[in-house]
Design a protein around this ligand. Structure first.
Ligand SMILES: [Zn+2]
Length: 143
């Protein structure tokens, strides 16, 4: 994974094109990138990821790690402002996409109990609304 990263990765920049796994443009958030992941187009769900290929949080530089806190705060505040969510989760797994990313997830107040916590990822298809998801991402762009 040298230079601009790996095209096979899906979240590394691919020339001037947005990363392949994004359904929205990548927005710069304090040195990190944020955007809507393909297949995860739920209103208020945004992936926050570094521009360079890194696979775990302990592979970040000290400066990148410090920027991450500010980026997560900004994206969470944007999600809260743009949705009527009750909570905002921030989770990282890295099973499907190796490029380190934190998924920031709006949790609607009326979300059924069976979709809360870790179950929310599995229930994403019940909440998908691509048009609304991209609209929330636009709030981030213009903040
Ligand atoms: Zn990558």
């Amino acid at each position: 994974m040298s230079g601009g990263g790996s095209q096979a990765c899906g979240l590394c920049p691919d020339g001037d094109a947005p990363p392949a796994e994004l359904a929205s443009p990548a927005v710069d958030v304090g040195g990190w990138a944020a955007g809507v992941l393909r297949g995860y187009e739920v209103p208020g769900w945004l992936a926050v990821f570094p521009r360079r290929h890194v696979e775990s949080v302990d592979a970040l530089t000290g400066a990148e790690a410090e920027e991450l806190g500010g980026a997560l705060r900004s994206v969470t505040a944007a999600v809260r402002a743009a949705t009527s969510c009750e909570k905002v989760y921030a989770v990282t797994f890295g099973e499907r996409l190796p490029h380190f990313h934190v998924l920031v997830m709006a949790v609607p107040a009326d979300l059924p109990a069976e979709l809360r916590g870790a179950a929310l990822i599995g229930g994403k298809d019940r909440l998908r609304d691509p048009a609304a998801a991209l609209e929330v991402a636009e709030h981030l762009r213009f903040r």
